[in-house]
Ligand binder design. Structure first.
Ligand code: BGC
Length: 732
């Protein structure tokens, strides 16, 4: 690669650092943002990479033109957002987090890679390893949740699934972990907003999942849009070079987020394009995503010696190395093949995993009187705007086709014929309210009379039924990029449907579609059961009906806390104890850390989820009371888990640890391990976790990552509130 680099002109080198928007290749002309880039038409094929063009045939053609136009016939990199699937869509990442099943998540990523590779994709902008605590932020859906450890496992699994051991292997694509760093903590949950994190919070909570992706050899890193402690990431040398490259040893490609280098101008850290380019290249950002900041400014900066030529060279070398790792110099089309597209896209194997992942991601939040699973003998009405909706794949699934997603109604017909009555009841969104979506705009144009007729029909059905299942939720464009919400409830007209149905029938089961934790106070009060199905993907409808009718059983656990109401946000389980803590009679007293109008606890906590059977936990026991920092010491914590119900079930057994006193205040508990256990009715099994001193490390008063001797508590149970505890001491 070095030889090639040395033979390239400066202009050629700089074009390797430019990413063109896909439209300009598809349309053959520069329009919109591409035109604004001011890149001459004859140069667009010299760009090092392009964004969001897909299809084996199209990409082979673009590659031919690129290699013909490029003086050294260097192949182009094709990058895309393959987030939760390609044509086959898996549940959104937040839902995947709820599976607590990294192996399954790895499988989903592997299949998404195989499909998109067949369509010519080389790089996906996934995993998103941003820790999320604020349900108002629309992009919580793209994260696997609020826990650093769980996120790290999921990010690792995704990287392994996309990349395998060798990027040249058929069906493998390069992964890009994003958005480095701290994008998941925008002030007040408003997208792109300022992020202020203490060094300790950044290191302890926010960085581990990115690091886990890099330890799994993730090939690329994407910068984040936000400022982190007043510095935009794309120009943050301390973050992108000192930490990422020098401390962590990352030698792969860093790409800016969409126009993020340019955005240093409105951020007010660069006075002009030249300054933005200099800041970014000095920070070690290799590729400028879809703006002309690099193409217009790097040449002069390097030619005049205002930046060392070595900065350009090292960035270009990293891009060339990535192309080489993917084998593009020998196989410029890589796996792009129309035959493989035909064979793989939406194939049975991928659909099966999509169905399994959907099923494992569903979280049963409530199930009074064991109303679920439904008995087929009962008179059941299935009502709600999601009964006939195909919009169940979530944001970022624009390579799928809505017609691939069967509706609840269609699957119901297929499996049960006309046994059950259905009705829409209302639209997803109020009449007249326009929602500007990611890929489409949504506008409900029905009249008041039409709306009333729909509602009346549903209420009449509900009155007649023994059980009503309501399919409600956020429209998919209420979540995702640019979709922050201050009111995290379902739309008012759906609430009205719920109230109207509950008024005539007490046996309501709510099936909830959502991309974020919602304020579910009313749904919880008016429903006997709530099954959260998120945005479940291509096989969602079947997975939902199978679960409702008990063919499968829920096993998902929340990867993010559901607040009592929006005023509690951000609320998360691994918080710190205050000096005025949550126990005792805090509710009565005034001077405690509490709200005077709502509880401190979330409505449904992290790690929580029910199933159709019940489990009992024995007291947790430890193998010995003292653990030594020295040597390879470890101790074990064991519980006996018993399935006390009458059907098989799966429980995610969780281990949390608390360091009782440290040189800095420690979280009230932290997830350290978990395991999924399936037990037959009546079966009991011992579940054992091993605890080593390395699991007790944290950033101490001197920012050293270390474990401090002292007293610890461990907790083993079915959610983050478990009080099933044992103590141990860590000694030197
Ligand atoms: C998003 C990224 C995404 C990129 C490319 C940006 O708007 O923040 O997550 O990968 O666009 O589509």
């Amino acid at each position: 690669m070095l030889e090639l680099l040395q033979d390239m002109s400066l202009e050629e080198k700089i074009y390797q650092l430019v990413q063109m928007p896909g439209e300009c290749f598809e349309q053959g002309i520069l329009t919109g943002p591409a035109a604004e880039m001011g890149i001459p038409q004859e140069k667009i094929y010299q760009a090092g990479s392009c964004l969001t063009v897909i299809g084996a045939k199209t990409l082979r053609e673009i590659q031919d033109k690129a290699m013909a136009a490029q003086p050294h016939h260097i192949p182009m990199l094709f990058m895309c957002d393959i987030i939760n699937g390609y044509r086959t869509v898996y549940p959104v990442p937040l839902a995947q987090g709820c599976t607590f099943d990294p192996d399954l998540v790895r499988d989903c990523a592997k299949m998404a890679a195989a499909e998109s590779a067949a369509s010519g994709v080389h790089v996906t902008f996934s995993p998103m390893a941003d820790l999320v605590r604020d349900a108002r932020w629309g992009r919580v859906m793209e994260s696997t949740g609020e826990d650093p450890y769980l996120n790290g496992l999921m990010a690792k699994a995704m990287v392994e699934g996309y990349q395998g051991d060798d990027l040249q292997e058929k069906g493998r694509i390069a992964a890009c972990v994003k958005h480095f760093a701290g994008y998941g903590a925008p002030t007040a949950g408003r997208d792109y907003n300022t992020v202020e994190l203490s060094e300790r919070t950044l290191y302890e909570d926010y960085l581990p999942a990115y690091k886990a992706a890099l330890d799994a050899k993730c090939a690329l890193v994407m910068t984040s849009f936000n400022t982190l402690n007043r510095i935009p990431s794309s120009g943050n040398k301390a973050l992108m070079r000192d930490l990422l490259r020098d401390e962590w040893g990352f030698d792969g490609v860093v790409i800016s987020d969409w126009a993020a280098i340019y955005e240093m101008l409105p951020h007010g850290i660069a006075a002009n394009g030249e300054e933005a380019a200099r800041l970014a290249i000095e920070a070690g950002v290799d590729i400028d995503m879809v703006t002309s900041i690099y193409s217009k400014n790097l040449y002069e900066l390097a030619a005049d010696g205002r930046i060392p030529m070595a900065l350009v060279d090292e960035a270009v070398l990293r891009v060339l190395e990535l192309k080489n790792k993917l084998g593009l110099f020998e196989h410029p089309y890589k796996d792009a093949s129309e035959d493989d597209e035909n064979a793989l896209l939406l194939c049975d194997a991928h659909r099966a995993v999509a169905g399994q992942c959907a099923s494992e991601s569903f979280v049963l939040l409530k199930n009074d009187e064991g109303i679920l699973p439904l008995s087929r003998e009962k008179k059941i009405a299935l009502i709600g705007p999601y009964v006939n909706s195909r919009l169940i794949t979530g944001s970022w699934s624009f390579f799928s086709k809505d017609e691939d997603n069967r509706t609840i109604h269609e699957v119901l017909q297929e499996q049960y014929g006309d046994c059950f009555a259905t009705a829409t009841g209302c639209e997803l969104l109020e009449a007249g309210r326009k929602l500007t979506g990611f890929s489409m705009d949504y506008l409900n144009e029905e009249t008041e009379e039409e709306a009333k007729e729909k509602l009346d029909k549903a209420v009449a059905l509900a009155r007649e039924a023994e059980v009503v299942v309501l399919f409600l939720g956020e429209p998919k464009d209420f979540t995702g990029e640019g979709a922050s919400r201050a009111d995290i409830t379902i739309p008012a007209l759906q609430k009205n449907l719920l109230r109207s149905v509950a008024a005539v029938n007490p046996n309501v089961v709510t099936v909830l579609f959502n991309g974020r934790p919602l304020d579910l106070r009313e749904e919880s009060a008016l429903s006997k059961a709530i099954l959260d199905v998120w945005f479940p993907g291509t096989e969602g409808a079947r997975a939902i009906l199978d679960m409702l009718f008990g063919v499968t059983a829920p096993s998902g656990k929340l990867s993010m806390s559901f607040p009592f109401c929006v005023g509690q946000v951000p609320v998360f389980y691994n918080e710190f104890s205050t000096g005025r803590p949550f126990f005792g009679d805090y509710r009565e007293g005034r001077f405690f850390s509490k709200y005077i109008d709502i509880p401190n606890e979330p409505l449904y906590p992290f790690g929580y989820g029910l199933t159709y059977t019940s489990f009992s936990y024995s007291d947790v026991t430890v193998s010995k009371p003292v653990l030594s920092i020295a040597g390879e010491d470890s101790l074990t914590a064991t519980v006996t888990l018993t399935n006390t119900g009458s059907r098989e079930g799966t429980e995610v057994v969780q281990l949390y640890i608390r360091d009782l006193a440290g040189s800095v205040v420690r979280p009230v508990r932290e997830l350290k391990d978990f395991t999924r256990v399936t037990l037959a009715a009546g079966e009991a099994r011992d579940v054992t976790f091993t605890i080593t001193p390395s699991m007790l490390q944290f950033y101490d008063i001197d920012m050293e990552f270390t474990a401090e001797p002292g007293e610890f508590m461990l907790f083993v149970g079915g959610d983050s509130r478990t009080q099933n505890a044992a103590a141990f001491t860590l000694v030197v």
